[in-house]
Design a protein around this ligand. Structure first.
Ligand code: 3H9
Length: 692
């Protein structure tokens, strides 16, 4: 049973018990209906309270059931709500902590609702690409009014119960013990008839048509590729324009339509992917973590400064260590400027501004940082430099301090070997700008201790990052994959594309930025430096030379005022460059490649399938724990379109056999070796399975 039934005096109490958030799965729904029957049959029972055990009233429908027949098996949530609403005895929802989605819809089916202050009230379905499907779009406008309800449904944002105290949503807010208050309320209402039903409330909104049209226009402009927000407006419109039961039918039809969309599946995948990423199979969830009360960052450059800001934002004091006073002053001034900009934009209060700035201090001495609980090195990407830093850290840092490297490509095991405490060494790879980007790749070395890994994962939540664990390999998850994507982008130039054509095609798919605009933003010299290393270390790996030619002409990107595109002073807009396009065409001629017209489909397939194939290898080698971890890396760190769910999920939606067929076709072209399929992909396709 996922709900407990108790009778206290003449009040029946039904307590949902489905941890962690009392999701309204099939067992919970059945248990509520069974309990309602018991209460109906017991003459001694005068009123019924529904509440939730643990840390929620209810977080809504059990999303894990959505892909299974259980989701719609009877008793459906509609049936549960009907049973509650049509009960002959008063039913009171006793709400605390979290009351969301189907949980709020159930509460709206009750005759009365009481709540503690501070409870989070929401219909967040839109964030999962659906809409409230158990009467929420019809009942919420009846208690909150059209405008407020529509805002809550379209945004999905939680509102604190006390902010809704004056609305018809709540009959009472209870200050002290919720159950004592709810019992007293139930006693008071036990004999009051008729029983009020939200469905019977009339929505009074003069000129609702104009308001709804305005809402449609606004929401359409904001919704991007997601269909759900506009459907939310349609469902709410039905609450005003149709009879209650007809409105319910509109809502149900729209819900069933949305739940099947790829966009909704992608959002649900990301919801669970984010939570799964913090779980590492051989690191139990109760692994003790080390307290992190102070942090030190080595290097006051762009990366070091950005990293430091994360900790200051979370209230943790940070020391930044530099070699020279001038570099330290420059770094601290940049941080201050960043905070000043946020202050000016009104996104930070003066108090918070001062607090954060004061939490970041500078030093030139390793001895001064010795007592920090965590030190993150963000110095130049060179093994010799890392060696010096880690040897010094090993010498000065207190026992138990975590020694982290922000390396984006170097071998964390080698870095760990510079110390006598490799178990305390870990990679924490931030993405630029480090104070903005959500992704944190946590690189687990061969000897990294489990509590060090657990601490890094817990810390990633504290600084509001999505922490994803990667094993040690060249480029870890994200950069190892992007290299294959960039290689294809380069080959496409040689074969007939312009940078603009490639960027446009991938941006049309939903990417925030195409590879060439991205190169210009990040600096094309970074990739150049990596390739130069590759030419020595891995001479068999082929690259297009176009990017080298670009760099040889000094076009590093926005910072030099020219890259794949031309830039005008003070303007970040890319303008197609005749010079670069001529250079590319000349290069094709020089290497004897006849340029051809290349379709957008070929461009996007080659870029994305290159990511997918490398992602499959990463999975196969155990560098990533699960396919959704790879998707989270791409969704939070590389601008992969959220509505497509990440590269591995996207491949699943296309079907791996189809992806493999396309790869086979490209393998017949130039650089066919790049298309050797990962064994994992072949075996999954043979079993008609996907990555997720
Ligand atoms: C709906 O209701 C549809 C209806 O309108 C119509 C039906 C016909 N189901 O976030 P946390 C799990 S759609 C299953 O880390 P927090 C979550 O996976 C639903 N599981 O905690 C995680 O599991 P694990 C509308 C759920 O305290 C654990 O709970 N509701 C659900 O930071 C803890 O999660 C929503 O969209 C669920 N509904 O935040 C609410 N919710 O430990 C979505 C959570 O195994 N949920 N889990 O990794 C949330 O926004 C947050 O989880 C919540 C708690 C605020 C509830």
């Amino acid at each position: 049973m996922s709900a407990e039934y108790q009778v206290v005096g003449n009040i029946a109490v039904i307590t949902m018990k489905n941890p962690p958030v009392n999701g309204l799965g099939h067992a919970t729904r059945s248990a509520i209906v069974e309990s309602m029957k018991l209460a109906a049959l017991d003459d001694a029972v005068k009123a019924i309270i529904i509440t939730g055990a643990g840390k929620a009233f209810s977080g809504g429908a059990d999303i894990k059931e959505f892909n299974s027949p259980k989701a719609f098996a009877e008793p459906s949530l509609h049936t549960v709500i009907n049973v509650v609403e049509n009960a002959s005895k008063p039913v009171i929802a006793a709400i605390h902590s979290v009351c969301m989605g189907g949980g709020l819809e159930l509460a709206l089916g009750c005759h009365y609702r009481v709540a503690t202050t501070g409870a989070q009230i929401a219909l967040p379905e839109v964030k999962l690409g659906i809409l409230p499907g158990a009467g929420g779009t019809q009942r919420l406008p009846r208690v909150l009014g059209l405008e407020m309800a529509l805002n809550m449904i379209v945004s999905g944002a939680p509102v604190a119960s006390e902010k809704l105290a004056e609305t018809a949503l709540f009959n009472e807010l209870i200050d002290g013990d919720l159950m004592l208050g709810a019992m007293a309320f139930a006693e008071k209402m036990a004999d009051v008839r008729p029983l009020p039903r939200v469905r019977d409330i009339k929505i009074d909104y003069p000129n609702h048509e104009a308001f709804l049209q305005f809402s449609r226009n606004t929401v359409r402009a904001m919704a991007g590729p997601f269909p759900a927000p506009l459907k939310c407006v349609e469902a709410v419109a039905a609450a005003v324009t149709k009879k209650f039961d007809d409105g319910l039918i509109v809502e149900r039809d729209l819900f069933l339509e949305l739940v099947q969309t790829t966009e909704s599946k992608a959002l649900r995948h990301a919801f669970f992917g984010e939570r799964a990423a913090s779980k590492v199979p051989d690191v139990p969830e109760d692994t003790p973590t080390r307290p992190i009360k102070s942090v030190a960052v080595i290097g006051a450059g762009t990366m070091g400064g950005g990293i430091a800001m994360n900790f200051a934002n979370a209230g943790i004091p940070v020391q930044i260590l530099e070699m020279k006073q001038e570099a330290l002053d420059k770094g601290l001034a940049t941080i201050r400027k960043n905070y000043e900009n946020t202050l000016k934009k009104g996104k930070l209060t003066q108090e918070k501004f001062e607090q954060r700035v004061n939490l970041i201090t500078g030093t030139l001495s390793y001895e001064a940082i010795a007592q920090a609980d965590l030190v993150i090195e963000a110095v130049f990407e060179d093994m010799g430099v890392k060696e010096q830093v880690f040897k010094k850290l090993d010498e000065v840092m207190k026992p138990g301090a975590i020694l982290a490297s922000n390396t984006s490509t170097l071998d964390v095991d080698v870095i760990a070997s510079f110390t006598k405490r490799p178990e305390d060494v870990i990679g924490t790879h931030f993405f630029s700008p480090a104070n903005v980007m959500k992704l944190l790749e946590i690189v687990r070395g061969k000897k990294t201790a489990k509590d060090v890994l657990a601490t890094a994962l817990a810390l990633s939540k504290k600084i509001k990052k999505t922490g994803v664990v990667s094993g040690v390999c060249d480029g870890f998850i994200g950069n190892r994959m992007i290299e294959q994507y960039s290689r294809q982008a380069g080959f496409l130039l040689e074969e007939g594309c312009t940078p603009e054509q490639v960027d446009k095609a991938i941006e049309k798919l939903g990417f925030a930025m195409g590879p060439f605009r991205m190169g210009d933003l990040a600096g094309n010299d970074i990739g150049w430096a990596i390739r130069k290393r590759r030419y020595v270390d891995k001479p068999h790996v082929t690259y297009s030379k176009t990017a080298d030619l670009l760099c040889e002409s000094g076009r590093f990107g926005q910072k030099t005022g020219a890259g794949w595109y031309d830039y005008k002073a003070g303007d970040r807009k890319p303008y197609p460059s005749q010079l670069v396009n001529d250079m590319i065409i000349q290069h094709s001629a020089d290497i004897g490649v006849e340029r051809r017209k290349i379709s957008d489909q070929e461009i996007t397939e080659r870029l994305i399938f290159a990511l997918v194939n490398e992602g499959a290898r990463i999975l196969e080698e155990g560098i990533a724990t699960r396919a959704s971890d790879i998707d989270m890396v791409y969704l939070t760190g590389y601008g992969f379109p959220l509505h497509r769910g990440g590269p591995m999920f996207y491949a699943d939606t296309l079907g791996l056999t189809n992806v493999l067929m396309a790869m086979e076709k490209y393998a017949k072209g130039r650089h066919g070796d790049a298309w050797k399929p990962a064994a994992l992909m072949l075996s999954l396709a043979a079993e008609a399975k996907g990555f997720n």
